[in-house]
Design a protein around this ligand. Structure first.
Ligand code: GLN
Length: 446
């Protein structure tokens, strides 16, 4: 597949041809990365995760409950894309309401990882990553609440970037956990991610958490030769598989050889990441998903009275969504609110402070993305085990930081290994510069 940069040089007819080729190839294959092939506008086609609204398109967040719902307006990211020569093409499969790490909780069935057909593509943006890695999308948008862009990118051997919280408008994104969600690019390489990030980032008065700090193009200043100080967190990587630790050590060596300064740090509050995230995220999810009551959105299943209508309708949620709605309501309930929710908010500050302390002395932190490579389809039975696999990604969302995941190696089975570079809030430039340097140094071969 041509890169996003190359695609920007193509004319209208060439792009139309490319779209029909992608559609044919996707239909012939069995990745199940696309939910449909809707097309909106002209310009370089970007695959859109099924929780981002495109006016006139179905948008279902991978859920049964939103079947039949048509977006009444476009998300700000879609308007930004269209204003800059891109178009929306196709809806990408995802875990239901972006809750998951494997894309197995989708109403549309699991997406396959192009690197191994019995492997999950990761999640929740599994459709976006599998399509980009499988050569049936030039680039895609995903959303990242606790790793859902970076982890599928790592599992599928492509690049995924989560912007600083507030950099990219959430207007028109189906909310999962509003204080954590960010939309970002999934692409074939770092430069394409920078191009797509530039296209979607903006200050937006329609999103009250959008930042009005000055915004500059990262592509214009992209510099692989810039020397950066990169922190490695030695005590933090021990829980990753041996092969991931090896890939990490090799990347540290390559970064040093490329002239970056490597500093050694420890992080101790990371042990609270999972508990904190699964309190904050479920509390916000329970609140956000209360709107799906059969009255306002999607599919209604009538009962004899209003309460039964609510019950029947909400019974369409899948198990993982139900689990989180219950957990979220529990941690917000009188009597438990202080013990869980308020405490989690306090710990969230401690986690953020620990990152910021490292950033007093470093531009970037190098970290694994996930403790293992993509697991086999059907092998993740225990939800707690799945939550644990988010250990390296969710701290970044709790602290609102930018981070990029890129492939650095393959394990002995040929499955991709990704690492992430985490940056200071609003310093996307350093994140992209460091990633470009690492990408060149590792020279990952698909
Ligand atoms: N796996 C995490 C979760 O299930 C992250 C998902 C995401 O980033 N949307 O919540």
């Amino acid at each position: 597949m041509i890169t996003l940069k190359e695609a920007l040089t193509k004319n209208r007819e060439e792009l139309e041809l490319l779209k029909s080729e992608m559609e044919t190839k996707a239909k012939e294959g069995d990745l199940n990365a696309y939910i449909d092939f809707a097309s909106a506008g002209e310009g370089v086609p970007i695959l859109i995760k099924d929780n981002i609204q495109v006016k006139g398109w179905s948008v279902t967040s991978g859920s049964e409950i939103l079947q039949g719902y048509v977006a009444p307006y476009s998300a700000t990211v879609i308007e930004n894309l269209q204003a800059k020569g891109f178009s929306a093409f196709g809806r990408a499969n995802m875990d239901e309401f972006a809750m998951g790490s494997t894309t197995e909780s989708s109403f549309y069935g699991v997406t396959k990882n192009p690197y191994g057909e019995n492997r999950v593509p990761g999640g929740s943006s599994g459709g976006s990553a599998a399509a980009v890695a499988g050569g049936i999308a030039i680039a895609a948008l995903g959303s990242d609440t606790g790793g859902s862009i970076r982890q599928p990118a790592a599992y599928c051997g492509c690049v995924g970037m989560k912007p600083t919280y507030g950099r990219v408008s959430r207007f028109g994104l189906a909310s999962y956990a509003s204080s954590l969600d960010q939309i970002g690019p999934i692409t074939q390489n770092v430069e394409d991610a920078a191009i797509l990030y530039d296209a979607i980032a903006s200050y937006d008065t329609k999103d009250s958490t959008s930042s009005d700090l000055p915004l500059e193009s990262v592509v214009e200043k992209l510099d692989a030769n810039r020397k950066l100080t990169i922190a490695v967190v030695d005590n933090y990587i021990a829980e990753a598989s041996y092969e991931i630790q090896e890939a990490y050590a090799n990347s540290v060596k390559l970064l040093e050889e490329a002239g970056h300064t490597v500093v050694h740090k420890t992080m101790t509050n990371t042990k609270y990441d999972i508990a904190t995230y699964y309190i904050v995220a479920t509390a916000e999810a329970a609140t956000n998903l209360a709107r799906y009551d059969g009255i306002r959105y999607g599919k209604r299943i009538e009962g004899v009275n209003l309460e039964e209508t609510y019950r029947n309708t909400r019974a369409q949620f899948g198990d993982e969504v139900k689990r989180r709605v219950m957990l979220g309501n529990f941690v917000l309930s009188a009597g438990y609110y202080d013990a869980y929710y308020v405490k989690a908010q306090k710990v969230r500050h401690l986690i953020t402070d620990e990152f910021n302390k490292i950033f007093d002395e470093a531009d970037l932190i190098l970290s694994p993305v996930a403790p293992t490579v993509a697991p086999k389809i059907g092998s993740t039975h225990d939800p707690l085990e799945m939550y644990k696999s988010d250990m390296y990604t969710i701290g970044v969302n709790l602290a609102g930081l930018p981070a990029i995941s890129l492939p650095v190696a393959k394990n002995s089975e040929g499955m991709p290994i990704g690492l992430q570079l985490i940056g200071k809030a609003f310093n996307e430039q350093a994140v992209f510069d460091g990633a470009l340097s690492l990408e060149r140094a590792v020279n990952y071969i698909k």
